[in-house]
Design a protein around this ligand. Structure first.
Ligand code: BT5
Length: 271
């Protein structure tokens, strides 16, 4: 539907105001750009991964948005947030970097819940759910000595605009506000806060409270799950928790197995 009023429903992000609010002395975020259109904000920042951390790139429209394992992330222009950031927690052992996508999930869920009143749960490793439907996805990719963390959040999509029937948006979930500027500010502030705590704890998710926050928000833990792994038999068992490296622990017939976000094709509830 080509309504001339659509732009009024979907005002552009205010780059200058976002910069004023977020690029503060002593803070994590150093640069913030809003592009009218790009292929993928994750791909763009991966090319700049050798610069110091704290770059933030937002796109009003993404034409080649990436999910995990060559999957796609699609959404109409200005209907949500597509944002990537670079992080380089060099003093944290690389094995613990697996917590970064989970950290982003905790930060995004708490920013969204607080600002919009919508109750959000996390599905391991990287989905924000409202009920069983996906509100946001997170993609963490290694690039040089950094991690590019990308978040796609559906804000004002109508039912007929959803890219897949399992998706939802803040609008459809009855959010108190669908104003993207303050949601983005809250999101980036929460990521900064959790990242700083986690990093100061040397990446120890237990010590900094991240593991507890994640477990409290996670709908996967405690459930029966079927885990699809590439080129391996499907694993079925009970999700019992998250290990020190951010992997999901699944207790199955052959004992406890730890599965990493990068390895998993799908985690589905088992009957
Ligand atoms: C993800 O992958 O969920 C990670 C998505 C990350 C997107 C952000 S946007 C900013 C940054 N730049 C990028 O290029 N990417 C990041 P995965 O778990 O593999 O889920 C992908 C699947 O989600 C697709 O195969 C679809 O089934 C579904 N999907 C695609 N677009 C969606 C949407 N807008 N809402 C809900 N589900 C969607």
């Amino acid at each position: 539907m080509d309504s001339p009023y659509k732009d009024l429903d979907r005002p552009p992000l205010r780059e200058a105001a976002l910069r004023r609010a977020l690029l503060v002395p002593g803070g994590l975020w150093r640069e913030l750009d809003v592009l009218p259109e790009t292929g993928s904000t994750n791909a763009d920042l991966a090319n700049r991964a050798d610069e110091a951390e704290g770059l933030v790139l937002v796109a009003e429209s993404q034409v080649a948005g990436r999910g995990r394992l060559d999957r796609r992330w699609t959404a109409p222009p200005r209907s949500g947030l597509a944002v990537s950031m670079t992080l380089a927690p060099n003093e944290v052992p690389v094995a613990r970097w697996g917590w970064l996508p989970l950290l982003a999930g905790v930060a995004a869920a708490s920013a969204v819940s607080r600002f919009t009143g919508v109750e959000v749960r996390l599905k391991w490793p990287n989905d924000l759910l409202v009920g069983e439907r996906k509100l946001a996805g997170i993609l963490a990719e290694r690039a040089g000595s950094s991690v590019v963390l990308g978040i796609g959040l559906n804000v004002s999509l109508h039912e007929e605009e959803l890219p897949v029937p399992t998706a939802t948006s803040l609008l459809l979930a009855g959010a108190e506000s669908t104003d993207r500027d303050p949601i983005l500010r809250a999101l980036l502030r929460e990521v900064e806060e959790w990242y700083t705590r986690w990093r100061l704890a040397g990446g120890d998710a237990q010590a900094c409270g991240l593991a507890t926050a994640y477990t409290d928000a996670c709908a996967t833990i405690g459930r029966r799950v079927r885990v699809e792994l590439p080129a391996k038999p499907t694993l079925e068992g009970t999700a019992t928790g998250i290990d020190d490296e951010g992997r999901l622990l699944v207790a199955g017939p052959e004992g406890q197995v730890a599965v990493g976000a990068g390895d998993v094709v799908h985690v589905r509830p088992a009957g």
